[in-house]
Design a protein around this ligand. Structure first.
Ligand SMILES: Nc1nc2c(c(=O)[nH]1)N[C@H]1C(S)=C(S)[C@@H](COP(=O)(O)O)O[C@H]1N2
Ligand SMILES: [Mo]
Length: 197
């Protein structure tokens, strides 16, 4: 029992760490491939598929309601970081500007650099999800996805697309980059949905 206390000095924090995860020191960067360098002036977010096609500019995003968020971050490679502080636009606020076809049940997140990841519409439209442009009070660094990334706190962080530039709404589930390469389709950390069977 004593050993247990040494390993878990703060039970309250430990309760927020999903099974098989440990707390990271600092905020690690996890990127497959090169870091795309995109200026906010050039940045665009395109919506297509089962939604009225529309392109959002940086100014469009900045004119939407801005909110602050504190969220835990869980990478499937077993590190977690608690209480990450972000600023950005809630997905539900953003989606007031998107006309969805009711047949849309899934979407593909697209990024500068070519990364993709899929998410069910119910997982995407949750109140706690947001597009982030600020991290701990500073402009989101390029390596963490700046100028803009998605953050989906209730799923493993590979669903939180960095350098987001497209949302493709779909009437079926398609697989993104890691999902095609063996990761779970949904990726819920408390259920340890790490890999597909
Ligand atoms: N475009 C893009 N987004 C991405 C990734 C990536 O390689 N490219 N990696 C994912 C993974 S596996 C994780 S854990 C988080 C890491 O975010 P961080 O580098 O800010 O810690 O970003 C996710 N989003
Ligand atoms: Mo990850």
């Amino acid at each position: 029992m004593l050993g247990k206390f040494f390993q878990k000095p703060d039970p309250e924090l430990q309760d927020r760490v999903p099974p098989g995860q440990h707390l990271a020191k600092g905020f690690p960067v996890l990127t497959y491939g090169e870091t795309p360098l995109v200026q906010s002036n050039d940045w665009q977010l395109r919506v297509w598929g089962l939604a009225t096609p529309v392109i959002f500019s940086w100014d469009d995003l900045m004119s939407m309601p801005q909110s602050s968020f504190t969220a835990d971050f869980h990478c499937v490679t077993t590190w977690s970081k608690l209480d990450v502080q972000w600023t950005g636009v809630k997905v539900t606020d953003f989606m007031r500007h998107v006309e969805l076809d009711p047949k849309a049940v899934h979407l593909m997140e697209h990024c500068y650099g070519g990364y993709t990841t899929n998410i069910a519409i119910d997982d995407f439209l949750r109140e706690e999800n947001f597009f982030a442009h600020t991290l701990f009070g500073e402009p989101l660094p390029a390596e963490h996805g700046g100028p803009l990334r998605l953050v989906v706190p209730h799923l493993y962080a590979w669903k939180s697309a960095k350098w987001l530039n497209g949302l493709e709404f779909l009437d079926h589930e398609a697989l993104g980059f890691w999902e095609r390469n063996g990761y779970h389709r949904r990726g819920e950390p408390w259920a340890e949905e790490r890999y597909s069977n």
